[in-house]
Design a binder for this molecule. Structure first.
Ligand SMILES: *Cc1c(COP(=O)(O)O)cnc(C)c1O
Length: 417
């Protein structure tokens, strides 16, 4: 069970709203720090464990700085993400550049920062060489393809995924890099997303350790690290459980001992690049009820819309909703909770059981700390909200202001009309 509590009281929230009008996302710094510490503690047995936070989940330099202070690196896949990591003080091999379909300028910037470059395709070798030069450390992204043939039935259908190299290409790519004089190597994969079953990740670790052994046997390359990618899910629904990090870690440790240690390949560094599980549960979208409407169904209309949180409209994703101050009221009403887009997908919840909602009520939408504000857009002239940080001492800092109409018009020159 995932308890859907708020990190502030109604009184505190009303004070915050007096200063920063709704809608906004607010992130709980103390909870993020504690969560990161738990992850690192779970993997403290590993020779060197590093989590590279997937910047796309919450691209805010203040969040990145907190994560850097806790010892995390950054997983970037675009030029702005690289620049943001740099501004937050994350540079060198604390950046994993896991891009695909990559433009040259991004490789150039990644090389300039000394980032670990994780190539998505064998054809990127000459591209990288031409535009940015070959670095001393290189990583490739593995796409295991139709896994059933390899005796691994548990992971989905990576052959439908656009990412990574095939097994044969992977071995060719390491050989090419070996010939180019590269001496430091890593390997990466990411085959699942928002997954709550830790066995999938343990299975991935087994698969990757087998690969490390195979690369050593065929090419005499001793891999420096394995990057398992991100994809650890979070309990969006109250009846779901978070991933048991202790179980996950023990399963990976067992595989490590059996496959890496026994084959004489210890020490091997273990990396992850999770986004969602780092910040997701510790962000909240706060909105005010503007209207109620009763037609064939009953609607609650907020001052936030899909531009502030796309996941429900895009994937039908569940996000828990708390009506602030009515936590103990009976869930006696059924509403669609909607925004103002001229797009019927713009619903935060459909047929949701809630206490009676009144105009002016404050609604908190849970688990918006990852892929929330980050996926915002301006369709229909909607503006992205502010982002606030709830400090461990209870104070609140604005870490990104809300967009203004001037921002919306900034790319237009009306004088040409
Ligand atoms: C999106 C992404 C991640 C992070 O995924 P989460 O589901 O947020 O953990 C990590 N690595 C790569 C390459 C990604 O594209």
């Amino acid at each position: 069970m995932a308890e859907k509590k708020l990190p502030f009281t109604k009184e505190q929230l009303i004070k915050i709203i007096e200063q920063y009008p709704t809608p906004f996302h607010i992130y709980d710094e103390a909870a993020i720090r504690e969560n990161v510490r738990n992850l690192l503690k779970a993997f403290s047995w590993a020779p060197e464990f590093k989590e590279y936070f997937a910047v796309k989940a919450t691209p805010n330099p203040y969040i990145l700085k907190i994560l850097r202070e806790e010892g995390l690196g950054a997983d970037c896949s675009s030029l702005p993400e690289l620049i943001m990591a740099e501004k937050a003080g994350i540079v060198g091999e604390d950046i994993m550049f896991s891009s695909n379909d990559t433009p040259a300028v991004e490789f150039i910037k990644a090389r300039e920062l000394g980032a670990i470059i994780n190539l998505d395709d064998i054809s990127h070798i000459p591209f990288l060489e031409k535009h940015a030069g070959i670095p001393e450390l290189i990583c490739f992204r593995y796409n295991p393809g139709p896994l059933r043939e390899g005796g691994n039935a548990i992971i989905g259908n990576p052959e439908e995924s656009k990412y990574g190299l095939t097994r044969k290409q992977l071995l060719d790519a390491y050989r090419i890099m070996q010939d180019r004089g590269v001496r430091r190597f890593g390997v990466h994969t990411m085959v699942i997303s928002n997954e709550l079953d830790p066995n999938y990740f343990i299975e991935t670790a087994n698969m990757m350790f087998d690969l490390v052994v195979e690369v050593f046997r065929t090419l005499e390359i001793r891999m420096e690290f394995v990057n398992f990618g991100g994809g650890i899910g979070i309990p969006y629904r109250p009846d779901q459980d978070p991933v048991d990090l202790g179980y996950l870690s023990r399963g990976i440790k067992e595989a490590y001992e059996k496959k890496i240690v026994l084959n004489g390949l210890h020490p091997l560094k273990l990396y992850m690049e999770c986004g969602r599980m780092i910040t997701g549960p510790y962000g909240y979208l706060v909105a005010t009820v503007l209207h109620k409407k009763e037609i064939y169904k009953n609607y609650v209309g907020l001052d936030a819309c899909m531009a502030n949180l796309m996941r429900p409209g895009m994937y039908g994703a569940y996000h828990h909703i708390t009506v602030v101050g009515k936590e103990e009221w009976p869930l006696g009403y059924i509403y669609d909770v909607v925004g103002s887009l001229c797009e019927n997908n713009d619903k935060f919840a459909i047929n949701r059981k809630l206490p009676m909602v009144d105009i002016g009520d404050i609604l908190v939408i849970h688990d918006t700390g990852a892929h929330g504000h980050a996926m915002g857009f301006n369709y229909n002239g909607k503006l992205r909200s502010a982002e606030l940080l709830l400090r461990p001492d209870g104070s609140v800092e604005m870490i990104r202001r809300a967009e203004t109409i001037e921002d919306y018009f900034a790319t237009l020159d009306f004088s040409g009309l």
